[in-house]
Write a protein that binds this ligand. Structure first.
Ligand SMILES: [Cu+2]
Length: 509
């Protein structure tokens, strides 16, 4: 045991970005887990047999090809345009809501130039289509599961009743349709929808179950930020391919060697010499992006839960799986014909903006964007420690919160409706060097402190997911306003949540 721990700690110290990967030496699913007829495996360590009965489906022959050994695809940078996500149109609009329909289905998607990659998609494309909601007006989204596997949908960042939150044990069986209703009572923000089936969601998200959901609100519209064609959602993630262009799942997420920008490796994006708003979401299952831009300034205007109180110029955007950054880039001072490159600290060049034309620009970035609500005083303080337990001795460690893996039959904390709480959220894996992050369903919280000092720059505003480097402690103020019921909180490195790094609260009167 000690040897194992020591080895892992050493590996973590030496491995840098590979540190978290050491946590899952065999991956959460064996290599080739999608190869027919092998079952889609779920970690046995997931806690309480939580996933039993919901996973272990056999993948029908021909549904997904077995992946061969991973390769590094040879692509030429900046030769393909960055695609834009399509917008989903409502099938019906009433006085009360807009109804959307979307299929979850396998499709061959072009990621690498001229090649097809089988994926599990929303609507057939790499990017789940943009669902555009208005604050104060409900949406219904009917998801029809055309996969031969059970799945479900969580709208990440949404403030929604428990029955519509995509609880990890509530699945949509193959051939079934489930309609989720979202009230959109929150302020404008980029949310995203994705699979949240316990134990299997790392694979579902990795294979393509991720899409954009934008809440717009009138106060935000009145600010006159860049809008329309100049308000561009961008999805960043990673991938690993075999020689036949299949996605390779399993193994070490840190080994995924291709970064994808709206589903393409190193695309270009032609822009006018004016301001653009880019709403960026990290949909990688386990990844921290650190982006910088040479040649123009990045001004961050928003984060997970919507606009910041004021714009902030950033030299680097640092955000982990599930987090969003909302930025404005002004290309008006960039000479025509110039390409400026968005670069990630790990992957290097990600995306080139090519300034190719003029365009009128009456948009602005006001000095004040949105007042941050002052939350009531907290009446409860909780400790929430995220960790890894190797004591079971199996091939895969157990992920824990406060020492225990997820058990859907256990309520880990009972929260009083209307209360405000302080959560001391700590990464207890400092000795192993594992990075985690932390996502709370239902709420947008405010970071009070990090490691006893002021919040980090990336903690500002309304957050639903925060990065937790090894040993970090974040104090967050969380206000529970209206909904009752069971909600989960978890590490949003999905491979970690799948092995148990998840807990649940019940909100009661
Ligand atoms: Cu984690």
């Amino acid at each position: 045991m000690l040897n194992r721990r020591r080895l892992l700690a050493l590996g973590a110290a030496a491995g840098g970005a590979g540190a978290a990967a050491a946590l899952l030496p065999k991956g959460t699913a064996p290599a080739g887990a999608v190869a027919a007829p092998a079952p889609v495996a779920t970690p046995q360590a997931a806690g309480g047999g939580a996933a039993a009965g919901h996973v272990g489906h056999s993948v029908p022959s021909g549904f997904a090809k077995a992946a061969g050994p991973a390769v590094k695809p040879a692509t030429t940078p900046f030769t393909v345009p960055m695609p834009l996500a399509p917008e989903l149109r409502p099938v019906r609009s009433t006085a009360a809501f807009d109804r959307y329909e979307l299929s979850v289905k396998q499709a061959d998607v072009e990621i690498l130039p001229g090649q097809k990659t089988p994926m599990w998609t929303y609507g057939g494309g790499f990017l789940g289509p943009v669902i555009r909601a208005r604050s104060g007006r409900a949406t219904q989204v009917a998801f029809r599961n055309e996969l031969p596997l059970a799945t479900n949908v969580h709208l990440h960042g949404s403030h929604v009743d428990a029955a519509n939150d995509g609880y990890p044990m509530e699945l949509i069986e193959p051939g079934q349709t489930r309609t989720y209703t979202y009230p959109n009572t929150q302020q404008g923000a980029l949310l995203w929808y994705h699979a949240h089936s316990h134990g299997t969601d790392p694979e579902h998200v990795y294979r393509g179950q991720h899409g954009f959901y934008i809440v717009e609100d009138p106060a935000e519209a009145a600010l006159n930020l860049p809008c329309g064609a100049f308000d561009v959602p961008i999805m960043l993630r990673d991938a690993l391919f075999d020689a036949s262009n299949n996605l390779v799942f399993g193994g070490n997420p840190a080994d995924r060697n291709v970064a994808l920008v709206n589903g393409k490796p190193q695309p270009y994006f032609q822009v006018a010499a004016r301001k653009y708003r880019f709403r960026i979401v990290n949909t990688a299952t386990e990844r921290v992006f650190r982006l910088s831009l040479a040649g123009a300034k990045i001004v961050q205007i928003g984060t997970d839960g919507g606009l910041l109180p004021a714009p902030v110029e950033k030299a680097e955007l640092k955000f982990s799986s599930g987090e969003r950054v909302d930025v404005v880039v002004d290309f008006s001072q960039v000479p025509f014909g110039t390409g400026i490159v968005l670069t990630d600290a790990t992957f290097g060049p990600m995306l080139r903006f090519d300034v190719v034309r003029r365009a009128a620009d009456t948009s602005r970035v006001p000095a004040r964007l949105r007042r941050l609500e002052v939350l009531p005083p907290a009446t409860v303080t909780r400790e929430v420690a995220i960790g890894t337990d190797f004591s079971q001795g199996g091939p895969i460690p157990v992920g824990t919160i406060n020492g225990r893996p997820f058990d859907h039959d256990r309520i880990d904390m009972t929260v009083k409706r209307g209360s405000t709480e302080l959560w001391n959220i700590s990464n207890a894996d400092g000795a192993y060097g594992f990075t985690h992050n932390f996502h709370i369903h239902l709420v947008q919280f405010q970071v009070v402190s990090r490691n006893g000092g002021p919040p980090a720059p990336e903690d500002a505003g309304l957050k639903d997911t925060i990065l937790l480097p090894p040993g970090d402690v974040v104090q967050a103020k969380v206000h529970f306003t209206d909904y009752l019921g069971k909600y989960v909180y978890h590490c949003h490195f999905l491979e970690h949540a799948a092995i148990g790094m998840m807990g649940q609260m019940e909100i009661v009167d």
